[in-house]
Write a protein that binds this ligand. Structure first.
Ligand SMILES: [Zn+2]
Length: 487
């Protein structure tokens, strides 16, 4: 774990950043502004003189709002309790599943219970892919079961298991260079994701995930009959990680699955010794689109209620684990942010609208439908929480230099929650249709050093999330939304 002491946090200077290489994992340069353990969630980090000076430059009403929010969040674990309830009652929430629809209805009940207004479900038709039964094993020269997960959207292998010799490549470049050898084989792409870079807060997800997105197309182009990719994670306890793949119209759709790191390494070692045969059985199929919905609730603005700040995450998940880090936590943060604002007695000038988007993982239909229904309204900003619920760290900001600078001036208020790192970067996938319209878009970015250890795997469960981290993220989200809605 990286830890930055109080002095380090106050001395924080956000370096100019590269543009985000991926929406889910914006690479960030600059130091960490994580609050020290003892300051957690308490808003009691104001003993260093520079912070007091910076706060003095901000409207006293905002400083008072920050005090109230910090007080409201202190010791509260409502956000995590709700997340655990959703995880335990409904489990994972793949598009097309009954569990997703029940979780959406339950979320709407939570919003009504909190006294939000205009609470509603807005219909969205979503893709309905189902995994079915899956099995893989090495059959020659040794027999060995392999830990796999079919990639989201993959075709099945048909009634009989598919068998074939494997060809192991290090990356897609090597596959293209050796395409002549791949015909009729099962291609194994064993590209490692480098470990998290703590100094640069770089996950390396963006540079690795292409093997999952494009492996099936590149394999099919080379004539392979199936593709097995190494899971897109730097850390494994033999847990395979799924995620969406992409097919192209000009090549056959071939089955594709992710191997655990351990099994990818096993196959690579075996292949160096001689020919290896694998058997693969995927029961996946794609059914007709199913009905789902975005869950929406509002805290109406006191002066300009028709102007909106959207906050949210995606309520759907992959069909493994319980999807608490990706992205049940982000959804509960959005609900909790509005609850904290109400508890603190804070009503900004403009409306803050929580949107729990459906179908981010394998279609983005929720984000697209929200934009189609509401893109004409005046959105002054949108904030997405979809990179887990690690300790609060900051926000990435997709806006003009002047907008970024204006928001950076709010850092003293966000530092109380540990979220003072404010840097240029992406907003999030669900709000990307708004971003393309020029809406100021932010991403809530906690400590992501362990996010991809869990992401899209059976290990993404609620017990991995610290209740205090989730609450402080919710408070930071509330603070930022309040500032953008009130200025
Ligand atoms: Zn997500």
């Amino acid at each position: 774990m990286w830890r930055v002491g109080r002095v380090g946090a106050f001395a924080l200077v956000i370096a100019a950043c590269r543009p985000a290489a991926s929406i889910e994992a914006p690479p960030i340069e600059g130091a960490s502004a994580e609050a020290s353990d003892e300051g957690a969630g308490a808003g009691e980090v104001a003993e260093a003189p520079p912070v007091v000076d910076e706060e003095a430059a901000l409207p006293p009403a905002w400083v008072a709002a920050a005090d109230k929010l910090a007080e409201a969040a202190k010791g509260d674990t409502t956000g995590w309790e709700r997340l655990a309830e959703m995880a335990d009652l409904f489990g994972h929430r793949l598009s097309g599943s009954l569990a997703l629809e029940r979780a959406i209805d339950w979320s709407l009940d939570q919003m009504r219970r909190d006294g939000l207004v205009n609470v509603r479900r807005e219909k969205v038709m979503v893709p309905h892919w189902v995994r079915g039964e899956e099995r893989a094993r090495a059959i020659a020269p040794v027999e060995r079961p392999l830990a796999i997960l079919g990639l989201g959207g993959t075709v099945g292998t048909g009634k009989r298991p598919l068998r074939g010799e494997i060809m192991v490549v290090r990356d897609l470049d090597e596959l293209r260079a050796r395409a002549g050898e791949a015909r009729g084989k099962i291609v194994v792409v064993n590209q490692p994701m480098p470990p998290f870079d703590h100094e640069r807060h770089e996950t390396h997800y963006g540079g690795t995930v292409q093997i999952r997105s494009n492996g099936a197309v590149e394999g099919a182009r080379a004539g392979a009959k199936a593709v097995l990719i190494r899971s897109v994670t730097a850390v494994s306890l033999r847990s395979p990680h799924t995620g969406a793949l992409r097919y192209a119209d000009d090549v056959p759709k071939i089955p594709a699955a992710a191997l655990s790191i351990e099994d990818a390494e096993f196959l690579a070692r075996m292949a160096r010794r001689g020919p290896v045969e694998v058997e693969l059985s995927l029961g996946a199929k794609t059914l007709p689109d199913a009905e789902s919905g975005n869950a929406i609730g509002e805290l109406r603005g006191r002066e300009l209620p028709d102007e909106v700040v959207v906050i949210g995450g995606h309520i759907d998940s992959w069909d493994v684990g319980d999807g608490s880090s990706d992205d049940g936590g982000g959804c509960m943060m959005a609900i909790e942010a509005l609850r904290l604002l109400q508890e603190a007695g804070l009503r900004p000038r403009r409306t803050i609208r929580a949107v729990l988007f459906t179908n981010e993982e394998n279609g983005l239909r929720g984000g697209i439908a929200y934009h189609a229904a509401h893109g004409g309204e005046r959105h002054v900003a949108a904030i997405e929480a979809d990179v887990g619920a690690g300790a609060p760290w900051g926000f990435s900001i997709s806006g003009s230099e002047a907008e970024v600078a204006a928001i950076q001036a709010y850092a003293p208020l966000l530092r109380r929650f540990g979220a003072g790192a404010l840097f240029p970067g992406g907003g999030g996938a669900d709000i990307s249709p708004l971003t393309r319209d020029g809406v100021l878009s932010l991403g809530l970015v906690p400590d992501t050093s362990h996010y991809f250890d869990l992401h899209h795997s059976p290990a993404d469960t609620v017990d991995k999330i610290d209740p205090e981290h989730l609450e402080r993220n919710a408070a930071a989200l509330a603070m930022m939304a309040y500032l953008l809605a009130d200025r």
